[in-house]
Design a protein around this ligand. Structure first.
Ligand code: FRU
Length: 506
């Protein structure tokens, strides 16, 4: 496979060819992280939605496998079933009865979309546009899949919302140990609601409760997630996090993601606070892995935006996943905040540092000519004290004529920003060339910024990771420079390290 094209991400997953959107069915099993995803096997635009599949031993290095679930069509080529977003679990105790001795079932729960009035093989009738929740299972570690004969297992939304049968989707299933049952959360997208169900066998589901509208409701709610996290590393003080993706109405326009911190008692979720999950333009459909070892909670998002996803510069593939992010809950300034960091494996991709040590940053632009890497990917870690500067930071993907992506702290506005107004090709959509920012206070006069620079993206983790900004960029060939800058005064880097990163495809 060919993964060395100019804009091909070197730090995160792309399929070799064709269209990809949401991550689906994230589950760890038997030493492998599985990543399924919304995939069009027949083109580089959205359509014929199927589940693509890749596996990784370490969340860094991925191997693309054959399709898991493939769009179904009738004799005339009309689509009879598409496979929309969903999740996967490993049914270790064989609660479903679908497993065999020594072969636990990996069970995927997804949304069946039926574009036309149709009679299923089991004789059930479905209506044009209907979205229902279905199961498929695999006894060979996700390599081959069988659709459950009794599909769909949840045909209709709960009775009061029967008219939402075209907007009922994206089931996330997880094991709720205190009551030894499965819990599922799905959306009624237009109502800004999640609906929660429980099951003891993954096949029969009981409606429990609803949540929402709450927080941001500027667009449709899609791809929910719900999980428990220890606060400040103390499991006795855990809280629950509901992730809710939203399109449009995101913080940078178009699609975006928010989260609620709250409580879940096995039946009902109650939110205490809500925030954006990412302040950039390109982080959507974020969901987390089931069953990651050591109780880790790792989240992945689609690194794109429905606003312009179809218009991205043509390549063999279209759409990328983000770098996997390890989550935590920490008390910061008296509030429990979700923190995100690149999974620790990224440290292992670092090559010999090309810049090291704190330094003064004079007003103006200071190029760092040695800060380049052979794969076109960098890991930058800085403790930035803006001092007397109005704005200070680093420009990456720097090229001629002031081209570059600016990552900085704006002291006047008290925010971290990514400015891609002059970051290369933005001709494909009017909204792409923009500056995105999110508020954050300095601590002790400084801010920590960890920046992952890839061939077509820049991802910023600020502070302890309580703020992230994800941005796609399409720099011109050869625009791979790095420069420090300070505007309106001098700044200081109390610490700086820049490492070239090896490609995950190497
Ligand atoms: C989110 C989404 C989901 C849906 C899928 C279809 O990006 O719209 O709600 O299941 O994409 O591809």
């Amino acid at each position: 496979a060919e993964y060395d094209q100019p804009h091909r991400p070197q730090l995160s997953y792309t399929p070799e060819r064709n269209w990809m959107n949401d991550p689906n069915g994230l589950v760890h099993h038997d030493g492998e992280y599985h990543m399924f995803y919304q995939y069009n096997p027949n083109g580089a635009g959205w359509g014929d939605m199927s589940w693509g599949h890749a596996v990784s031993p370490d969340l860094l290095h991925w191997r693309e496998l054959p399709l898991a679930l493939t769009v179904e069509k009738d004799d005339k080529g009309g689509v009879t079933q598409m496979f929309f977003s969903g999740s996967a679990v490993v049914d270790t105790d064989n609660t479903s009865g679908l497993g065999q001795p020594g072969k636990p079932a990996m069970v995927a729960m997804y949304t069946s979309v039926y574009p036309q009035d149709f009679t299923l093989a089991n004789g059930r009738r479905v209506r044009a546009g209907q979205q229902s929740q279905s199961l498929a299972y695999s006894l060979d570690k996700g390599r081959s899949w069988t659709q459950y004969a009794g599909n769909p297992v949840i045909e209709q939304p709960p009775a009061p919302y029967a008219d939402e049968y075209r907007e009922f989707r994206d089931p996330k299933v997880f094991w709720y140990a205190p009551e030894r049952k499965w819990v599922m959360v799905a959306v009624l997208a237009h109502r800004h609601k999640t609906v929660l169900y429980s099951s003891t066998d993954l096949r029969n589901w009981r409606y429990m409760s609803e949540f929402g509208p709450a927080g941001a409701v500027g667009g449709m709610w899609e791809c929910p997630d719900l999980f428990e996290l220890a606060v400040d590393g103390d499991p006795a003080r855990s809280k629950w996090v509901m992730v809710m993706n939203l399109n449009p109405g995101g913080p940078a326009g178009g699609s975006g993601a928010q989260y609620f911190v709250g409580r879940f008692d096995g039946a009902t979720f109650q939110a205490e606070r809500d925030e954006w999950l990412d302040g950039g333009a390109d982080f959507y459909a974020a969901v987390s892995w089931n069953g990651a070892p050591d109780g880790r909670r790792v989240l992945l998002g689609w690194m794109s935006n429905w606003l312009y996803a179809h218009d991205l510069p043509a390549a063999a593939w279209r759409g990328a996943q983000s770098v996997p992010r390890e989550l935590g809950l920490r008390t910061i300034d008296g509030q429990v905040r979700l923190t995100q960091q690149p999974v620790t494996g990224f440290d292992g991709l670092r090559r010999a540092a090309v810049a090291r040590g704190g330094r003064a940053v004079a007003e103006g632009v200071t190029p760092l000519p040695q800060a380049r890497g052979p794969a076109g990917a960098l890991d930058i870690d800085m403790l930035l004290a803006p001092g007397g500067a109005a704005r200070a930071g680093v420009t990456v993907h720097a090229g001629p004529n002031g081209e570059g992506t600016v990552v900085g702290y704006d002291r006047e506005r008290g925010e971290v920003y990514v400015d891609r107004r002059n970051a290369g090709d933005a001709s494909f959509h009017a909204a792409f060339a923009a500056r995105h920012a999110a508020p954050m206070a300095l601590r002790d006069g400084a801010i920590r910024l960890r920046i992952l620079v890839d061939r077509s993206s820049v991802t910023v983790f600020a502070g302890e990771g309580e703020l992230t900004l994800s941005s796609q960029v399409f720099p011109r060939a050869g625009s791979d420079g790095v420069a420090l800058f300070a505007e309106g005064g001098a700044a200081e880097l109390r610490a700086l390290q820049i490492w070239p990163l090896a490609s995950i495809w190497a």
